[in-house]
Design a binder for this molecule. Structure first.
Ligand code: ATP
Ligand code: MG
Length: 351
């Protein structure tokens, strides 16, 4: 008997047909720039995991430009390469011998050619310590263990506004006046442990580098932070500023500073390099989220990827990411040598 509460077939169909609207995004995908301590912390503490296939658009369905897997493969995880693991240990030792000293802390220089993963390594060191602090101590918004800055662009008179760069990161930007004193106070109170400076290659002239280091040395002396200077030619630029240039050298003695230099290079083709590269590709392999991917598929392509990327992390990362995105869009859903050969990276596309 119809008591008037039952839905007609047409009404049922109408209800079923109400489509779930596509998710609206406020902004197009972009990096989260660590412009101040809050964004850095949010970025460092975010547990970005590869998406679970069960939560993604099912195999064979239309892929939108905001598809979870497409976005994930746009820039995958930082994988802990042997270089990153080693650097973390060196930095930890330096921090341990620096952190209780009032004076005379020693910094670290991170040098290496383009595209070898220096900035990524620097960031990985920062993330490690930010997370370590979050595990060890009570949450405290006033604590700023890591400061991460790029060498600021030159302003009037070719000077670089270092006080402004620190103040902006610490959220102390004010109109006029030199914020240095409040920067030092804030860094002491915030227990800043590490200052990561990237883009050292921008300091092109000796005068530019000297002016910069006058300022950074002063901040280092006045606070408890260990400095890491990162960039191409960083050793040549920073080391002369950390030396004793006054004492006469013994015969055959070579002048050098006391900062530890971490040197990153492309992964070479000797036996050790080949083994290292294989390990790195295996790490990427684990992070792929393709429907037809079998664990080890990518690792099997390591020799090809090594030749193709010539051992540079930047090239390797782009090759894998582009191949994965192509595999999703073409519905191939796995990375093969043929697919990699179609990626034009590093080659010429005749038009
Ligand atoms: N360990 C890693 N895991 C994943 N991706 C990496 C890793 N290292 C580097 N990459 C990727 O390679 C690219 C280049 O790395 P990065 O910018 O760190 O190189 P760099 O040595 O700082 O280069 P430059 O000298 O041009 O500043 C980045 O897009 C980064 O995501
Ligand atoms: Mg860099």
């Amino acid at each position: 008997m119809d008591d008037g509460t039952r839905l007609t077939r047409q009404e049922e169909r109408l209800l079923r047909d109400v489509r779930v609207p596509e998710q609206m995004f406020l902004v197009p995908p972009a990096p989260l720039w660590p412009k101040d301590s809050h964004t850095w912390r949010a970025k460092a503490l975010a547990q970005v995991e590869p998406p679970d296939l069960a939560d993604c658009a099912p195999q064979g369905t239309k892929v939108t430009s905001h598809d979870k897997r497409l976005l994930w493969h746009g820039h995958m995880h930082t994988v802990t390469t042997p270089a990153i693991a080693k650097a973390l240990l060196v930095v930890a030792e330096q921090i341990r011998s620096n952190r209780q000293r009032e004076h005379g802390r020693i910094g670290i220089i991170l040098d290496g050619p383009k595209g070898t993963g220096k900035s990524t390594l620097l960031q990985a060191v920062g993330v490690h310590w930010e997370r370590r602090f979050a595990q060890l101590y009570e949450p405290d918004d006033n604590r700023i263990p890591i400061i991460t800055l790029n060498v600021p662009p030159p302003t009037r008179g070719n000077l670089r506004n270092w006080p402004g760069a620190f103040a902006r990161y610490l959220g102390q930007e004010r109109e006029g006046g030199d914020p240095t004193e409040s920067v030092i106070r804030a860094m002491r109170n915030a227990r800043t442990l590490l200052v990561l400076i990237d883009g050292i290659e921008r300091l092109r002239t000796a005068a530019d580098a000297e002016l910069t280091f006058q300022y950074l040395d002063m901040i280092s002396e006045e606070t408890g932070a260990t400095f890491i200077y990162c960039g191409r030619y960083a050793q040549n630029i920073v080391d002369p500023l950390t030396r004793d240039n006054d004492t006469r050298l013994e015969q055959d003695e070579v002048l050098h500073g006391d900062h530890t230099v971490l040197r990153l290079s492309r992964i070479g083709f000797d036996d050790e390099g080949v083994e290292k590269f294989q390990r790195v590709v295996t790490l990427f392999d684990k992070d792929l989220r393709l429907y037809r991917h079998q664990p080890g598929d990518l690792a099997d392509l390591a020799p090809y990827l090594h030749t193709r990327s010539r051992g540079y992390m930047r090239m390797l990362s782009h090759l894998i990411c582009q191949a994965a995105q192509r595999a999703i869009l073409t519905k191939e859903e796995r990375i093969t040598r043929e697919l990699l050969e179609k990626i034009p990276l590093g080659g010429v596309v005749e038009l």
